[in-house]
Design a protein around this ligand. Structure first.
Ligand code: SF4
Length: 464
C-alpha cells in the first residue's frame, strides 16, 4: 500500500474527557474538528505531541481527579491544554485561575464549550498537518492560502494518491497510486461532521470519479447495510445523510467519465448540489493526449452538454492550462471555442510552467513565457465573459445561501454562498442588510436571498 503521508509526520493528540454528558459533547466537537483537520489521536500521553484534558469542576472528587489527570499528562508528556468546567474556576483565594495556580506550565486553559479557543491553542502549539488534499482544492495548486475552516463546512477526503500520470504533474511520484478509504469509514466521518454542525461537505480526492477502482468497487458496510465502494453509491449515501441534517454535499475533482452521468440525476433531484468541479486542463484532443489526461479520449463537450440536459441548473467549475508545450494557435483557439460552447460557469487558468521532475519538461515545443501569459489572459477574457453572463442570468432569482459571515446578526448585511460557489475558490453572495427588522443572519446557517445584482464575480442578494 502506498502511504501518502508518513505516519511519523501526522501530529498526534492525546485526549482525556472527564465529567458529564455535556462535557462529553464538547469533547466530541473538539475531536471532530481535530479529525477534520487531519490530526490523529494517541492512546498514550507519551505517544502524543500534546495532550488535551477536558475537565470537570463539579464536586471536590471531580476537581481532584481533573487536577491529578493534568498532573499525569504534564509528567508524561509536558505539553497540555486544559479545557472544561474546571478551566473556568477561580483559584482557592477567589482570584486568578485554579488550574494555572496548581499547574503553571500548562500551555493554555479555557472554560467549557470553547471548541474554537481550544482549536486556536492547538494550532498555536501544534500546527495543522500538511494535507495534500488541501493542495487539491482548485486554484490552490499547492500554493498556501487555503484554510480549512470546518466550523460550518469541511473537506472530506475519500482517497489518496492517483493512478494517472499526467505529464505536468508530480503528485503520483510523491503520493503513490490511488488508495480509496473504506466506504464505511468515509460515511461515518461524514455523519460525525454533520452531527458536529457542518452544513456543507466538500468531497475531495485526486480523482473522485475513480473512487473504489483500487479495491475493485468492493462491498463495504455502513450502518449494517452493504454499500459498494464506488462514486455513485458514495454520493447517494452522502446525499441521504446530508438530507437528515439539511446540509449540502459538493463534489470536487470529478473527471468526465461516462459513469459520472449516473450521478447527475442525484443533482437534478437536489440530493447533492448541482455543482461539479471538473479539472479539464484543455479541450484539444492532441494536447490532452500530450498531457496524458484521464478521460482524454472522451468527448468532453458532448458530455457536458448532456449533463446540462439531465440537470439544467448544474454549475461547472474547471481549471485549464494555457501554453502547454507544443500548443499551436489552432489548438489554443479550440480551447477558446470550447469555453464558449461548454459555458463553463467558473474557470481558472494557469500559464504553463515547468514543475521539477514532471515528464512534460521533456516534451518538445516549450513556448516563450510571454506567449503563455498572453494566452492565459486571452483565455481569462473569454472565461470572464461567460461567467459574467451566467451571473447576470441569476438576477431576479431567489437562492438558498449559506452564510459565511454576518457580524452583528447581519444587521449590516453579510457574506454567503449559493450552491454555485465553493468556498475559497468561487465568488460569493454579498448579502444586503435585511429589510425586515425581525430578520437576522447567522454565520453557518442558511438564508434565502433575492438576487438583485452582480458585482465582479459575485452576486448581490437581499435576504428574504
Ligand atoms: S489526475 Fe493527473 S493531475 Fe491529477 S493527480 Fe493524477 S496525475 Fe496529477
Amino acid at each position: 500500500m502506498n502511504e501518502v503521508i508518513s505516519p511519523a509526520k501526522i501530529p498526534h493528540i492525546g485526549f482525556v474527557s472527564l465529567g458529564c454528558p455535556k462535557a462529553l459533547t464538547d469533547s466530541e466537537l473538539i475531536l471532530t474538528r481535530l479529525s477534520a483537520e487531519g490530526y490523529q489521536t494517541s492512546k498514550t500521553f507519551a505517544g502524543a505531541d500534546l495532550v488535551i484534558v477536558n475537565t470537570c469542576g463539579f464536586i471536590d472528587d471531580a476537581v481532584q481527579e481533573s487536577l491529578d489527570t493534568i498532573g499525569e499528562a504534564l509528567a508524561e508528556n509536558g505539553r497540555v491544554i486544559v479545557t472544561g468546567c474546571l478551566g473556568a474556576k477561580a483559584g482557592a483565594d477567589g482570584t486568578g485561575n485554579l488550574v494555572r495556580q496548581m499547574h503553571p506550565s500548562v500551555l493554555a486553559v479555557t472554560g467549557p464549550h470553547a471548541t474554537q479557543e481550544v482549536m486556536d491553542a492547538v494550532h498555536l502549539n501544534l500546527p495543522k498537518p500538511h494535507d495534500p488534499f488541501v493542495d487539491l482544492v482548485p486554484n490552490a495548486f499547492g500554493i498556501a492560502g487555503i484554510k480549512l475552516t470546518p466550523r460550518h463546512y469541511a473537506y472530506l477526503k475519500i482517497s489518496e494518491g492517483c493512478n494517472h500520470r499526467c505529464t505536468f504533474c508530480i503528485i503520483p511520484s510523491m503520493r503513490g497510486d490511488l488508495v480509496s478509504r473504506p466506504i464505511g469509514e468515509v460515511l461515518s466521518e461524514a455523519q460525525a461532521l454533520f452531527a458536529g454542525g457542518v452544513k456543507e461537505l466538500l468531497v475531495i480526492s485526486q480523482d473522485t470519479s475513480a473512487y473504489g477502482v483500487d479495491v475493485k468497487y468492493r462491498t463495504g458496510f455502513w450502518n449494517g447495510k452493504p454499500v459498494k465502494t464506488r462514486m455513485l453509491e458514495l454520493v447517494q449515501a452522502l446525499g441521504e445523510i446530508a438530507k437528515e441534517y439539511g446540509a449540502w454535499v459538493r463534489l470536487h475533482y470529478v473527471y468526465p467519465y461516462p459513469s459520472v452521468d449516473e450521478v447527475l440525476p442525484l443533482m437534478a433531484t437536489g440530493l447533492v448540489l448541482p455543482y461539479l468541479d471538473v479539472p479539464l486542463q484543455h479541450s484539444h484532443p492532441d494536447v490532452l493526449r500530450r498531457m496524458k489526461r484521464p478521460a482524454s479520449g472522451e468527448k468532453n463537450l458532448e458530455r457536458i452538454l448532456r449533463w446540462r440536459e439531465i440537470c439544467p441548473q448544474i454549475v461547472i467549475r474547471s481549471t485549464f492550462i494555457a501554453g502547454f508545450p507544443g500548443e499551436t494557435e489552432e489548438e489554443f483557439e479550440h480551447l477558446l471555442d470550447f469555453m464558449r460552447e461548454a459555458q463553463i460557469d467558473r474557470a481558472g487558468c494557469f500559464a504553463y510552467s515547468a514543475v521539477a521532475g514532471a515528464a512534460a519538461n521533456e516534451l518538445p515545443g516549450m513556448l516563450p513565457l510571454e506567449l503563455r501569459e498572453e494566452r492565459r489572459s486571452r483565455f481569462m477574457a473569454v472565461a470572464e465573459e461567460v461567467s459574467a453572463a451566467k451571473l447576470r442570468q441569476r438576477v431576479g432569482a431567489t437562492m438558498q445561501v449559506l452564510v459565511d459571515s454576518a457580524p452583528g446578526m447581519g444587521k449590516k448585511g453579510g457574506i454567503g454562498r449559493s450552491y454555485a460557489d465553493a468556498p475559497e475558490i468561487d465568488g460569493v453572495v454579498r448579502l444586503l442588510p435585511p429589510e425586515k427588522i425581525s430578520k437576522t443572519l447567522k454565520t453557518g446557517e442558511f438564508t434565502r436571498a433575492r438576487i438583485v445584482g452582480t458585482q465582479g464575480h459575485d452576486l448581490v442578494g437581499l435576504p428574504v
